[in-house]
Design a protein around this ligand. Structure first.
Ligand SMILES: [Zn+2]
Ligand SMILES: [Zn+2]
Length: 302
């Protein structure tokens, strides 16, 4: 089925759902017995006056609503979208059955800030998000299906995290985490990693699994974490933007510890109490100096 036929079929399905409309005498409102979408709920969400007796809903209206469900103003915009955008729209529509699905997706999209990177990136994100949702459910599966990983497999799982779905930006093996469910804090390296034998999905969970069903996503990270790699460089560049006299290779003098080093040697640290990572002295944690304490050493003045 080509993509347009898919959307046309969904509009027909929506119309079929509408045709199940009946007046619920007991509750005194119009109700439905839909097969495909929670149409009453969608009407409410998108502000359609279906409580009115003379409310009409045609195939054209159904197409319009389908377009709105996947973020388009009108049907015409949807059918003229690019190949990638249509792929994304189809993927989303397969998941969206009621307003809750749409709302959750919209919130997640806003929160992640991924929208500006285009349809392909959003699609990747949506798939990733789905996989994460599947992973989260593993803790509730029958224990016979679950194996607890050990050795290399376990260690690898504990060191691979995506920034966006990580309670502290980056979880490291030596981070101290707090499990809200069993109210214990421990080093993250003690966490268990469980794997579902049917789907092969795995996720890091509380060290007290199976007594505790918390996953790493619900854990609070108590220790400040030093960031590395691209994430660190990105933050240092933000620092340069704020203080244009700095470059990566600028020699700086730390007012706190009185030492000199290159700006690129500074640390980037995310603390549990801060929303944003901060730039700290090269000698962190011994030195508490931050970006504002780093004074460029001007060779001309020497
Ligand atoms: Zn726990
Ligand atoms: Zn210092």
């Amino acid at each position: 089925m080509d993509k347009l036929s898919f959307f046309k079929l969904q509009a027909k399905n929506l119309l079929k759902d509408f045709k199940t409309r009946f007046y619920n005498e007991k509750e005194q409102f119009f109700d439905y017995q839909p097969k495909h979408f929670d149409i009453g709920d969608l009407f409410l969400y998108f502000d359609y006056p279906d409580y009115k007796e003379d409310f009409t809903f045609t195939l054209m209206n159904a197409q319009h609503l389908i377009a709105k469900m996947v973020g388009y103003e009108k049907w015409d915009d949807l059918i003229h979208a690019s190949e990638k955008e249509l792929e994304l729209a189809e993927y989303l529509l397969r998941k969206f059955k009621d307003s809750q699905d749409i709302q959750e997706w919209e919130e997640s999209l806003t929160f992640s800030g991924i929208a500006k990177y285009g349809a392909e990136a959003i699609l990747d994100y949506a798939r990733w998000q789905d996989e994460l949702d599947e992973k989260k459910k593993i803790v509730y599966l029958p224990k016979e299906r679950i194996s607890i990983l050990s050795g290399k497999e376990r260690k690898e799982a504990l060191t691979q995290f995506d920034d966006e779905h990580n309670p502290a930006g980056t979880l490291r093996l030596d981070s101290i985490v707090y499990c809200k469910e069993c109210r214990q804090s421990y080093e993250f390296s003690k966490s268990k990693v469980i794997k579902d034998s049917e789907s092969n999905l795995s996720i890091a969970v509380c060290k007290n699994y199976p007594k505790c069903n918390c996953t790493y996503l619900e854990m609070k990270v108590l220790t400040p974490t030093i960031l590395y790699g691209d994430y660190k460089i990105e933050q240092l560049k933000k620092g340069i933007k704020a203080f244009p006299r700095l470059t990566m290779d600028t020699k700086v003098h730390c007012l706190h510890c009185d030492q000199e080093y290159l700006f690129k040697e500074a640390n980037v640290v995310i603390s549990p109490d801060e929303d944003e990572p901060l730039i700290y002295c090269k000698n962190y944690p011994q030195c508490n100096g931050t970006l504002i304490d780093m004074i460029p050493v001007n060779k001309k003045n020497l």
